[in-house]
Design a protein around this ligand. Structure first.
Ligand code: GLC
Length: 483
């Protein structure tokens, strides 16, 4: 079914046809133009290994195959959450993902994945599991400052944040009563989850928690740390598979249930939970009882309640998605989630272009940061966020509380819409015309950044203009068209 958004006062069907959240939209085969990009691991798109779409990086595809989340990829469409408490999600648009793991101490090893040998995807560093977990001995958190980080994130225009409370490596970032590795053992019980939640509340960001049910520490004696070739143990020594003792899997499931229960009952209102692989060991219905109105991602393999939004990882989707959707992205060309010393963050233009592509189809963008071993977020990250914040100050109205527009069916550039306004995005290196088809004559056409009136042509329902080079920047430029 296709639903059309009507502009008040217009009698003709407008360009602004957009899928209503949660309902099926027309699918197109068009591709959103990609912004210029540094040479990057992210460029290597995967061949689908298990029926997933080819819109992921080889790395994301390989990881999802290992975690078993890949099979859900084609099931991403049409999700939403009608609860009044969840309606912030499609309005918000821009979220911050925070991956901090002990691998940051190393600086060349990605979160958890670096402890696997013989990976079929591009390098994310390889160290043995024992070396990986041993990094806790040098791990300092003396510069972990969520107040500073989330204040800057708020100023950059992020509306929600999602903190990794436990990755596949098993380390818990709160002083849980359960499990063997976490802040209780390494940081004298410091509660990083609480510090994160408190800072979110202080700066009015919606609170999201990421939790990975797989636990490679708990399973360390009974799994191979090689994805291909011979079975390798925690020191990457060839070994043979040991049978799990009776009750092992049930004990792991109980551990996960206890963790999830703690996370959802210790910190007041949690707005979003992001599971990643395996099962949360409790159905989404139970999670909704613990946190009414919570937004749940689609990765909890619950057949009765699939969650509230679909996602793509590492690359923006190439075809229009259905329902609530989020693109989560490392924001580092290496495609590492955790801090990587030899790499630099995507620039502001790249981040904004990704955000715009998602908003133009009604989706969200979850942009990652990986703090260093000390917990510090690098100055270069703050610099990029500042530039984004400056852009938001003049053009943010085109991003928040908007719906997706009709790009590429009836527009030559991505478009968002709100009431009687269309926002058209000239993404660098844009050349040529900004064109909208099937529209009424505009009442005004301006450059949002400067409010400068722009000259345009209007004939037979088609509006078009060329942006004067002198008004262009190296960031996306937004043309505001009022009808
Ligand atoms: C993947 C990866 C993981 C990352 C997550 C974010 O499934 O396993 O490292 O945290 O995606 O979406």
């Amino acid at each position: 079914m296709k639903t059309f958004v009507w502009i008040a006062g217009l009698s003709a069907l407008m360009l602004l046809s957009a899928p209503v959240q949660g309902q099926e939209s027309a699918t197109t085969n068009s591709t959103v133009p990609a912004p210029a990009k540094k040479a990057s691991a992210k460029k290597a798109a995967a061949k689908p290994a298990s029926g997933g779409s080819a819109t992921k990086t080889a790395e994301a595809q390989g990881q999802h195959d290992e975690l078993g989340t890949g099979a859900l990829e084609n099931d991403a469409g049409g999700l939403s959450n009608p609860h009044p408490g969840a309606q912030w999600f499609p309005e918000a648009g821009f979220g911050l993902f925070i991956h901090w793991t002990m691998s940051a101490v190393h600086g060349g090893a990605d979160a958890s994945w670096s402890m696997l040998a013989n990976k079929p995807w591009l390098g994310d560093g390889t160290i043995t599991p024992n070396e990986y977990w041993g990094l806790t001995n040098q791990w300092k958190a003396d510069r972990f400052d969520m107040d500073k980080t989330l204040k800057a994130a708020k100023e950059a225009g992020f509306k929600y944040a999602v903190f990794v409370t436990k990755h596949h490596d098993g380390f818990t970032f709160w002083p849980t009563e359960y499990g063997e590795i976490g802040t209780r053992q390494t940081f004298a019980g410091r509660d990083f989850v609480k510090e994160f939640v408190d800072a979110c509340r202080k700066y009015d960001l919606k609170v999201g928690l990421y939790y990975s049910p797989p636990d490679w520490y708990f399973d360390r004696e009974y799994r191979s740390f090689s994805l291909k070739g011979p079975y390798l143990d925690v020191n990457h020594k060839p070994s043979t598979k040991k049978p799990k003792p009776a009750g092992h899997d049930e004990a792991r499931a109980e551990l996960v249930r206890n963790h999830v229960r703690e996370l959802l009952t210790r910190y007041g209102k949690i707005d979003l939970i992001f599971f990643d692989g395996g099962r949360a060991e409790m159905p989404n219905s139970e999670i909704r009882k613990l946190q009414p109105g919570i937004v749940i991602n689609k990765r909890n393999k619950d057949v009765l309640d699939k969650g509230d939004y679909g996602d793509s990882e590492g690359k923006p989707p190439e075809v229009r998605f259905k329902g609530w959707f989020e693109f989560n992205d490392t924001c580092w060309p290496s495609a590492h989630w955790a801090y990587s010393a030899s790499d630099n963050m995507d620039d502001a233009s790249t981040v904004l272009c990704n955000l715009i592509k998602m908003r133009a189809w009604g989706g969200n963008y979850l942009a990652n940061v990986g703090p260093c071993g000390s917990g510090e977020v690098l100055p270069e990250v703050y610099a990029v966020w500042r530039e984004i914040g400056q852009w938001m100050a003049h053009s943010g109205e085109s991003i928040y509380g908007v719906k997706g527009g009709s790009y590429p069916e009836k527009a030559t550039v991505p478009v968002t819409v709100k009431d009687n306004v269309a926002y058209c995005f000239a993404l660098p290196p844009h050349q040529g015309y900004v064109t909208l088809q099937d529209v009424k004559a505009p009442k005004s056409v301006t450059l949002l950044r400067t409010k400068t009136p722009l000259q345009y042509e209007y004939t037979n329902g088609v509006m078009r203009l060329q942006l004067p080079p002198a008004l262009r920047t190296r960031l996306p430029d937004v043309v505001k068209v009022e009808f």
